[in-house]
Design a protein around this ligand. Structure first.
Ligand code: NI
Length: 247
C-alpha cells in the first residue's frame, strides 16, 4: 500500500511539474512524464502526434510486476493479453493494471491455438477467460489476441471482440536478448505501430522499458490499443483483425 501511494505521489508531482513549469530540462529530467490514466492520455494528444501501443502477451507472471513498476514510473499505459489459467492468485496484478490505466485483453485460457476448435472448446478458452478477468476488474470490454496470431473464420465468428495482432515483433522468446530486441523495435517502429512483447521474460521487460525511454526521446506517445484506434478515428469491430493504426 505504501509503495502504491508513493508511486502515485511521484506521478502527480511529475504531472504538476510538467504542466506548471519549464524547469524540467534545467532539473536534468530527460523525458517529461506522461499522463497515467486512459482519459488523460487521450486528452494530452495533439493531431499529428506519433503514437505507439505496447502490448504484452502470456501474463500475468511475477515479471509482470516489475514491468508495471517501470511503466508507472514513466506514466505509460500498455495493453495486456492475459492467460486465464494464470489469473487465480494474481488478481491483485489485474486490479493494479486496471487502476493504473492499462488495457486488458484475452489471450486464451491455456494458450491453446483457437483455430479449428469446436464451440465448447472455443468458449472454454475465450469466454471463460473473459469471465475470469471481468470477475476481477468488472464488466469492461476486452480485446482478443489469439495465441500465435492464428485466426480463421471460426475465430472471427466467435471472437465477440476485436482481434488485435501486431506490426512489430522482436521475437523476444527466441534468444531473450535485451539489446537485440531494443534494436529490432527501434528499427521497425513507426507512427501507429503495435509492438508485441511477452511480459513473462525479465529480458523483455527490460527491453520494453528501454524502448519507452528511447521513443519518448523521439517524440512518441504511448497509448493503449483502444486509445490508438480511437485517436485515429478507426472504430474497432468485433471479429475484425487489426495489426496497426498507421496514419
Ligand atoms: Ni502467447
Amino acid at each position: 500500500m505504501e509503495r502504491t501511494m508513493g508511486r502515485r505521489l511521484v506521478a502527480w508531482l511529475g504531472i504538476l511539474l510538467y504542466t506548471s513549469s519549464s524547469l524540467l530540462p534545467w532539473m536534468g529530467v530527460g523525458s517529461a512524464p506522461r499522463a497515467r490514466t486512459a482519459d488523460a492520455a487521450v486528452e494530452g494528444v495533439n493531431a499529428g502526434q506519433k503514437l505507439v501501443a505496447l502490448t504484452f502477451d502470456d501474463g500475468p507472471k511475477n515479471s509482470t510486476l516489475t514491468l508495471l513498476d517501470g511503466l508507472a514510473q514513466r506514466g505509460v499505459p500498455a495493453t495486456f493479453f492475459l492467460i486465464g489459467e494464470q489469473i487465480p492468485g494474481r488478481e491483485g496484478t489485474l486490479r493494479r493494471m486496471a487502476e493504473e490505466g492499462h488495457e486488458l485483453g484475452i489471450h486464451s485460457y491455456t494458450h491453446a491455438a483457437l483455430t479449428g476448435l469446436n464451440n465448447a472448446d472455443f468458449y472454454g478458452e475465450v469466454d471463460r477467460t473473459r469471465t475470469v478477468i471481468q470477475n476481477v476488474v468488472g464488466p469492461v470490454d476486452l480485446l482478443l489476441r489469439p495465441p500465435y496470431g492464428m485466426v480463421d473464420a471460426g475465430v472471427r465468428r466467435r471472437a465477440n471482440a476485436p482481434i488485435i495482432l501486431w506490426s512489430v515483433d522482436p521475437e523476444d522468446w527466441k534468444d531473450r536478448n535485451t539489446d537485440r530486441e531494443v534494436n529490432h523495435v527501434l528499427r521497425q517502429v513507426r507512427d501507429g505501430s503495435i509492438i508485441l512483447f511477452h511480459d513473462i521474460y525479465p529480458e523483455s521487460v527490460e527491453a520494453a522499458l528501454q524502448i519507452v525511454d528511447a521513443l519518448h526521446q523521439d517524440g512518441y506517445y504511448f497509448v493503449t490499443v483502444s486509445q490508438l484506434f480511437s485517436l485515429r478515428d478507426r472504430p474497432l469491430e468485433s471479429g475484425q483483425t487489426y495489426c496497426h493504426a498507421y496514419p
